[in-house]
Each structure stands twice: as structure tokens, then as C-alpha cells.
Design a protein around this ligand. Structure first.
Ligand code: NIG
Ligand code: FE
Length: 396
């Protein structure tokens, strides 16, 4: 086994809450990684003595952090990374005033169906590298740009090659060929398509929104997925008020994502539930919609996560530092709350207890920042602050 001792950490964010600090912040800290796990975190002065702890067969690498900050790796709990083509033209038109409409999804469906497995695989590899170098160590990927039985199963299978967090999103939109037979499409999503995708997926998702799926259709889709052993999550309240949040809570979903248009009943429902509110500020940034009110959710006691929603239509960015900067600048979050939401919050949204924090026994997924404090992630927007990433104890 190999071990890494990181010393001289100016500010260590463990997310192991203590003394009223949910971020479990330690100054002048050290961190010991053994194999793919965190073995110990604490004040540098109390670091374990390596010679007495390790016998000759273990190589111990000692890394001097030089006073830099260390945080858990980002957990991006919402992406749509398996697709063909892009929609730069749509973005450009939007910046000249054309409003965002989810109908653009159908264009990406056409491009995705036309792409070969190898093309999609090559892209997934590139995205995986792009995420890793920006400090994301756990990420979810949704299907939803295939919308035939064969294409959805193909996307789920390819996504599973790069992450265990695969979400079946056959209910993204009703595809063009089913435009006047939507009931038949919902049947397909709940039956044959689900059976083809479930073996590759952990989650089921539905876009519960005007122009996508009604609350009744959404409930059917989620219930069918649950009956096949998938765990529910929901896209809701993105483009306007609606039933998405309350449906997610009623179904015991791990997360409801977007949450841009909420009424008091939505906030109250979230406050009394285990369902995480995942906010996706890349969408508001690139669609010029109003940002969700994170402060209101936090004041109500709701667990908030931040994710990129990386997709070619509404948010073509995989940068979690950008999400943090936007959440702080535009959504009323403090830098600490935003960093927690992008790490521990994402882990909650994926019901993962092994990532998102740096407690003993958790996965050794972490980021050393080229900065003395995590505050710089919001304070220095757009600056590449990721210095070193460890994934399962290995430097990436
Ligand atoms: O999460 N809301 C639905 N789906 C994506 C957008 C997909 C697209 O425009 O291609 C989202 O924002
Ligand atoms: Fe999405």
C-alpha cells in the first residue's frame, strides 16, 4: 500500500462538522492518505509519526502544501455529458435576445443519435479529464439525448464506463416522432426503455416542467423506475412555478434540481424533507434567467447542493469553481456555504457517505488550491486555482 502525508496545509476544509463549523475547518493542518482512503486529518503538530506507523513495505510520500488550502474534491451531482454536437448558435442567438426554450433538446437528440459509440466515448474521456483538472472527483451523468430504447441504453452504458452515478432520463422531452402520441412515449419510458437502461443506471430522473412532462406523467415515470430498483431525482421548477418540488418530496427523491421558481409551500416541503435542493447557476448564467434564491432555502433549513448541469443547451460549463463564484455573487451564499454545497451538498444529493468530506475512512478525493483559503474560489472568479487533485489517493 502507498501513503501520502500532506503537511503545512494553511486551511483544511474537512466538512466533518464540529464546534458549530459545518466545514470542519483546520488551520496549520496535515492530512494522511492510506491507499484510496483518508486515514487521519488534524493539526500538523499532531500528525502521526510515519516511522512508527508504517513498516518497510509502505512507501510514504510527504507533500509540503506550502500553506495552501485543501478541500474535498467537488461532487458534481448533475450533468448531461453524453451527447453529440453543440448548440453554440443557439447560445449566440440567446445573447441577442432569443429566449431559452427546452425545445433545443431535440436538436441535440438528432446529433446524439447520429454519433457513433466511439465518438461519444472519446468525448466522455475528454470531459472526464476536463472535470478532473478542475477539481471534480465525483460526477453524475444523465442519459436523455437518445430517446429511443437503443439510444438511451447506449448512452447509459457509455456513461457507466466513466462513472457509477448514471441517471436514466428517458423522460427528458417527448421526442419529435412521438409529438402526437405522448402517452405511447410515456409507456415506452416506463417499460421497455426502462428495462434496457436500468442495468446500467442507479437513478431515474424526469423533467417535470411545462413543455416537458406533466406532474402525473412524472409521477408514473418515477414510480416505474423505483419499481425497477432505481432511486428518484427530479428536474423541477426551472422555467416557472410548478409541481416538481412537491412531487420530488412526495416520492422521497434524493434531490430536486433547478429550484429557480419556488413558492412558500415548496420551501416548506423541502425544509421538512430529506430531499436536497440542487441549484444550477450555470443555467441562469447562460440563459439570462433570474438566479434561484439560495439564501431563502438556507434560512429555512433546506440542504442545498451546487452542480454544473453541464449540457450543450442551458449550461455548457463543467466548472464547479464558477458555480461557487455565481452562488456567492448572485444567490446570497457565503463562500463557506457555497464550498460545502459543491462538495458535501453534492454528496448528499447523490446519497453518498464516502465522498464530499475528508473524515477518516472516506475516499481520498481532494483538491489543493493555489490559494491560502477556499474563499479565493469566489473571490478570484475565472482564475484557475486548482493546484493538485488526488483521486482515490492518487495524484491526477
Ligand atoms: O437541465 N432542463 C432540462 N434539461 C437540461 C437542458 C438540456 C438542453 O437544453 O439541452 C437542463 O437544463
Ligand atoms: Fe439538467
Amino acid at each position: 500500500m502507498s501513503a501520502v502525508l500532506i503537511t503545512n496545509i494553511g486551511e483544511l476544509t474537512t466538512n466533518v462538522g464540529r464546534d458549530g463549523d459545518p466545514l470542519g475547518t483546520l488551520r496549520d493542518a496535515a492530512l494522511l492518505l492510506e491507499g484510496d482512503r483518508v486515514a487521519w486529518a488534524g493539526p500538523a503538530a499532531e500528525a502521526p509519526h510515519l516511522s512508527s506507523r508504517f513498516a518497510g513495505s509502505t512507501t510514504v510520500e510527504v507533500v509540503d502544501a506550502g500553506g495552501r488550502a485543501v478541500i474535498p474534491g467537488f461532487v458534481d451531482s448533475h450533468t448531461h455529458l453524453v451527447f453529440g454536437g453543440d448548440r453554440a448558435d443557439e447560445f449566440e442567438a440567446r445573447m441577442s435576445g432569443t429566449p431559452y426554450a427546452a425545445g433545443g433538446i431535440r436538436r441535440t437528440v438528432v446529433a446524439t443519435r447520429a454519433a457513433s459509440d466511439d465518438e461519444l466515448r472519446e468525448r466522455l474521456q475528454r470531459f472526464t479529464r476536463e472535470l478532473r483538472t478542475q477539481g471534480t472527483t465525483t460526477f453524475e451523468i444523465k442519459t436523455g439525448y437518445g430517446l429511443t430504447v437503443a439510444d438511451e441504453a447506449r448512452l447509459a452504458r457509455l456513461a457507466a464506463e466513466v462513472t457509477p452515478e448514471v441517471t436514466y432520463l428517458g423522460a427528458h422531452v417527448v421526442p419529435a416522432e412521438f409529438a402526437d402520441r405522448r402517452d405511447e412515449y410515456v409507456d415506452l419510458v416506463c417499460d421497455e426503455m426502462l428495462r434496457a437502461c436500468a442495468p446500467h443506471a442507479r437513478w431515474i430522473d424526469v423533467f417535470c416542467e411545462r413543455g416537458a412532462f406533466t406532474p402525473e406523467e412524472s409521477r408514473r415515470v418515477l414510480a416505474a423506475g423505483v419499481a425497477h430498483g432505481l432511486l428518484p431525482r427530479v428536474h423541477g421548477n426551472q422555467l416557472g412555478p410548478g409541481e416538481g418540488v412537491r412531487l420530488a418530496v412526495a416520492m422521497g427523491a434524493a434531490s430536486v434540481d433547478h429550484c429557480t421558481y419556488l413558492d412558500d409551500a415548496d420551501v416548506a416541503a423541502l425544509a421538512g424533507a430529506d430531499t436536497v435542493a440542487t441549484l444550477l447557476p450555470g443555467v441562469e448564467f447562460s440563459t439570462r434567467q433570474p438566479y434561484p434564491d439560495a439564501r431563502r432555502l438556507l434560512e429555512a433549513g433546506v440542504t442545498v447542493a451546487l452542480a454544473s448541469d453541464c449540457n450543450p443547451g442551458s449550461s455548457f460549463t463543467s466548472s464547479m469553481p464558477l458555480m461557487i463564484a455565481l452562488a456567492v455573487r448572485e444567490m446570497g451564499m457565503t463562500p463557506g456555504e457555497a464550498v460545502w454545497a459543491a462538495t458535501a451538498g453534492g454528496a448528499r444529493a447523490l446519497r453518498r457517505t464516502d465522498v464530499g468530506a475528508l473524515g477518516p475512512g472516506m475516499r481520498a478525493d481532494l483538491v489543493m488550491l493555489d490559494a491560502p483559503t477556499r474563499v479565493h474560489l469566489a473571490y478570484r472568479p475565472g482564475v484557475p486555482l486548482v493546484h493538485t487533485v488526488w483521486l482515490g489517493g492518487e495524484q491526477v
